[in-house]
Design a protein around this ligand. Structure first.
Ligand code: BTN
Length: 269
């Protein structure tokens, strides 16, 4: 496949059950998550995808900005109606992170890992972020979710803002070759469909254990900042809905919930 606009994704044959039967592509928008909410409010189908070549106000967790130069990444938001109780929302993030992990590993031949709560790392650097938002919706069994994925594909090191240059990467950089965005987008949609079907089928233990195995932090020493307080310890266990169990250097176990984490970094043993 040659390098083409992601607009062509509509024309690519994809083997999926629920994700990507409807695709909305725009050249430029503030945030694909906002466009996806507009589509959700209009009653779009489960699995509808919104894609943009450029975002002018892309957002990450905790109101942070998401940066990606135009036409250099995948900026996608997927409307999901899994009929899941609100407290199971982290499982939607798990689906997105596992799908990105699959694609990043397959296209670069470098093992990708998931840094709780929502980052995908390649060679220790962040290649993608996942932002899940949810809203109750009248007449639905559970909240409606928008799963936003930002995946850096062809971003060069010099194109990242200086503040994140040392911590960010792209599929190209990790693979040391050109990675086709359309091919990556197709693979992402198919992988997401697979994980989402497991979620819809109630196979949550399978999701949780795949996610645990893909963890870049399990049994590692980390420094975590939550509510302005920084803790150091070793990650003993983690669960999508329960959070992380951190054995502090002082010996006690501290449980941390993903939504409150401001920063997490691996530290040397
Ligand atoms: C994070 O790392 O904090 C999550 C980043 C999520 C970015 C994606 S890009 C597509 C979608 N639209 C947005 O505004 N954000 C998500």
């Amino acid at each position: 496949m040659g390098e083409t606009s992601l607009r062509m994704l509509k024309k690519v044959r994809m083997v999926t059950e629920r994700i990507g039967h409807d695709i909305l592509w725009v050249r430029r928008t503030e945030s694909t998550n906002d466009l996806a909410w507009r589509e959700a409010d209009r009653g779009c189908a489960d699995g509808t995808i919104v894609l943009a070549e450029e975002q002018t106000a892309g957002r990450g967790r905790l109101g942070r900005p998401w940066f990606c130069p135009p036409e250099k990444g995948i900026l996608a938001s997927v409307v999901l109606r899994p009929g899941l109780p609100a407290d199971r929302a982290p499982l939607v993030t798990v689906c997105g992170a596992l799908a990105v992990r699959d694609v990043a590993t397959a296209l670069t031949a470098v093992p990708a890992g998931i840094r709780w709560p929502n980052d995908v790392l390649l060679g220790g650097r962040k290649v993608a972020g996942v932002l899940v938002e949810s809203r109750p919706q009248a007449g639905e069994a559970g909240p409606v979710f928008v799963l936003g994925i930002g995946l850096n594909v062809n971003v060069k090191e010099s194109e990242f803002p200086e503040a994140i240059r040392e911590e960010a990467t792209s599929l190209d950089l990790a693979a040391r070759r050109r990675v086709d965005r359309l091919e990556a987008a197709r693979a992402l949609v198919e992988a997401l469909d697979g994980w989402y079907l497991r979620l819809r089928g109630g196979r949550t233990e399978e999701l949780a254990s795949a996610w645990r195995e893909a963890s870049a932090i399990l049994r590692k020493r980390v420094e975590v900042t939550v509510g302005g307080e920084t803790h150091r310890g070793t990650v003993e266990d983690l669960d999508p809905c329960e959070g992380v169990f951190l054995r502090l250097d002082r010996g006690q176990i501290l449980r941390l919930r993903g939504e409150h984490v401001e920063r997490l970094r691996l530290v040397d043993a």
